[in-house]
Design a protein around this ligand. Structure first.
Ligand code: ACO
Length: 428
């Protein structure tokens, strides 16, 4: 394989180094392209652009491979738990038993949020989408903990900021839900595990305890692991871009939450259920919706299908499909949209339109059905995604700060009017 590329522009030729990753991924390094040639590259949607080197997540979209810090996602989903995966992503290694106990204990010490923050919840309308609420209260943490404002403070201070965020996020998310139904907030119980505590704050009432079902806990833990990182996707790139200006961790993560919200990214899990419900209400005919998804004049897309990087299968979708069947069986539930989802998947996977474009179910095709079975309301699905993605965002922000990466600032090719003179309003 060549160790450099040659670029010819007119009569001049330029040598560009080739960078090779540990999994033999290859990139042409154009760091000095503009100064050497006066040209920039144009790559709408960054389909061919590597924004960074990273040691966190390896993904091969053609082979359907996903690994966190070298560990296959299949093994982590089966054997690990969410907090252990969070440690792995953020600190680079699976913790020893002692380190894990310390990490869980420290997280459990920070689950309360400042009482003054309750005022925010009281001020949001009850119909507020919880993603808007969670993004706002996440950035507001920087006002309560001003020592977080400088991302170059001591490692201890950064670690405290990180632990506070992981600990408080479930509380902030559950309170957003409680607010949306007009119920009082439920305080965390620190003797509970991370997922149990979240379920408790979501579903307990001042009048009644919530009985935590280990089947639900295990399924939710698995979903969070599967969402924990996914290298340089839209929201993660947003976290790194915001953080590259030396914005604090809370503000950078809040930017990521907002980027995740859209239906082409994390909002897809909510959009999938809305689509499946629509198909069911419409009589359950699959063919009509497949035809609509294929029609270029129709804005309808098959939500939960397709992925920017997976062009064979999404390994997370494989695990989730099985986990979804297991969960519904164990809970003794039947969701009619699961049958529609399976039929839709079967028809699409055999349709030349989807086959030619390498469109497969992605991670969110089945996750919404699982969340619904657990009693999580539709508006909260994307918040669940954010809860899962939190360690990945933190790890990526931390790596970006440690690497002293320069401020992110893409260029453009201007296609507007050439210089023209101002005309007074009376003369226009
Ligand atoms: N339904 C119908 N057609 C589709 C779909 C879909 N879900 N996805 C892509 N296509 C078609 C496009 O129309 C395009 O067709 P063309 O080549 O004839 O013009 C072709 O497949 C390629 O699609 P692009 O939009 O160029 O692919 P891109 O990589 O830019 O987009 C994306 C990927 C955004 C995920 C897209 O597949 C999509 O919109 N999917 C539905 C939303 C979704 O599920 N998002 C969640 C992604 S996973 C995540 O973020 C967790």
């Amino acid at each position: 394989m060549p160790d450099h590329a040659e670029l010819r522009l007119g009569d001049a030729s330029y040598e560009l180094p080739v960078v090779v990753g540990t999994e033999q991924e290859r990139a042409i390094d154009i760091t000095n392209l503009r100064s050497a040639t006066g040209h920039i590259t144009l790559d709408s949607g960054y389909k061919n652009t590597g924004a960074t080197t990273s040691a966190i997540t390896y993904l091969d979209g053609e082979a359907g491979i996903l690994r966190y810090r070298g560990y296959p996602i299949e093994q982590l989903a089966e054997k690990s738990n969410f907090l252990e995966v969070a440690h792995l992503l953020i600190y680079g290694e699976l913790p020893t038993k002692e380190a894990m106990d310390r990490f869980s204990h420290e997280i459990s010490e920070h689950t309360l949020i400042h009482e003054d923050m309750k005022g925010f919840y009281n001020s949001f309308p009850t119909y507020a989408h919880p993603m808007g609420v969670v993004a706002s209260v996440t950035t507001s943490l920087s006002t309560f903990y001003p020592e977080s404002l400088n991302p170059h403070r001591s490692e201890d201070k950064i670690n405290l900021t990180i632990k506070r965020l992981i600990a408080k996020f479930p509380t902030m998310a559950a309170w957003a839900f409680k607010n949306s139904i007009g119920h009082p907030a439920v305080y965390p119980k620190n003797k509970l595990g991370y997922v149990e505590n979240f379920l408790h704050m979501m579903f307990a009432l001042p009048t009644d305890d919530y009985e935590i079902d280990p089947v639900v806990v295990n399924a939710m833990d698995k979903l969070l692991i599967l969402h924990a990182d996914h290298e340089q996707n839209c929201s993660t790139s947003t976290v790194r871009l915001a953080g590259s200006s030396q914005a604090n961790l809370y503000a950078s993560i809040s930017a990521g939450i907002v980027a995740l919200w859209g239906p082409l990214h994390g909002g897809a899990n909510q959009a999938v259920i809305e689509m499946l419900d629509r198909i069911r209400e419409d009589g359950g005919s699959i063919d009509k919706w497949i035809e609509r998804a294929k029609d270029k004049n129709d804005p309808f897309r098959l939500m939960g299908f397709g992925h920017r990087v997976y062009k064979n299968f999404d390994p997370r979708a494989k695990i989730i499909k099985k986990a979804c069947d297991d969960l519904l069986n164990k809970l003794g539930m039947k969701d009619p949209v699961l049958d529609i989802a399976k039929k839709l998947e079967e028809v699409a996977l055999n349709d030349p339109y989807f086959v030619e474009r390498k469109l497969y179910p992605n991670v969110d095709f089945y996750s919404g059905i699982m969340y619904r079975a657990m009693g999580i309301p539709q508006d909260m699905f994307t918040v669940m995604f954010a809860l899962g993605r939190l360690p990945g965002w933190i790890a990526q922000w931390k790596e970006m700060v440690a690497n002293k990466e320069p401020i992110g600032r893409p260029r453009q090719v201007y296609i507007g009017p050439n210089e023209r003179n101002y005309v007074n309003i009376a003369d226009r």
